[in-house]
Ligand binder design. Sequence first.
Ligand code: SF4
Length: 227
Amino acid sequence: MADLDGAVSNCFACPRLVSWREEVARTKRAAFREQHYWGRPVPGFGTPDARIGILGLAPAAHGGNRTGRIFTGDRSGDVLFAALHRAGLANQRTSVAADDGLTLRDTRIFAAVRCAPPDNKPTPAERDTCAPWLHREVGLIRPTLRVVVALGAFAWAAWWPVLRDVYGVRPPSPRPVFGHGAHWSGTAAPELLGCYHVSQQNTFTGRLTPLMLDDVFARAKQLAGVD
Ligand code: SF4
């Protein structure tokens, strides 16, 4: 896993995203002017023998792209890690920097696209170019992985090619529709749970509440056999 994390950190396959991640790292947000930005692809984070996977969209420009760790240093991460801590899957409720001592239990977090995209919107070509990184990562944790929580419709859609490439399973047709609490179960592959993305757009408006997140992670733990 360490080799994979190192390799993805040195990927330059998408010209638009390489340019954007580096520009953001150069220009910075005023509040972080004194900080050094990571400005590179953001690897997955968590245990390599995870039973629960959490699949996000892509790193945030001033979150993961700044700190070098997924969902770290932004409001989305604040919500996600607080929920993981309540669920007993994280040792602390905050995630502010790559060296802040955060560890996960039975859980690994990864993104469908590993570089911060402008407006949080990767193109279909960028999604497809980045897919092999996700597939390789899932391939490594395949022996233990039991459940994947897809944060948002983009992540939900990104999961189906994993079935084919990693598990040799034909994706369902038609594809199950994404929704909060949606559940897909197949043979020889992890179960898939849908969860609204932990974006500010959802959490500030109350579309996604802490209680809703608690329910999703309780279900994920139950399906994965995690105490
Ligand atoms: S998005 Fe993925 S494939 Fe594209 S440059 Fe970043 S790591 Fe590489």
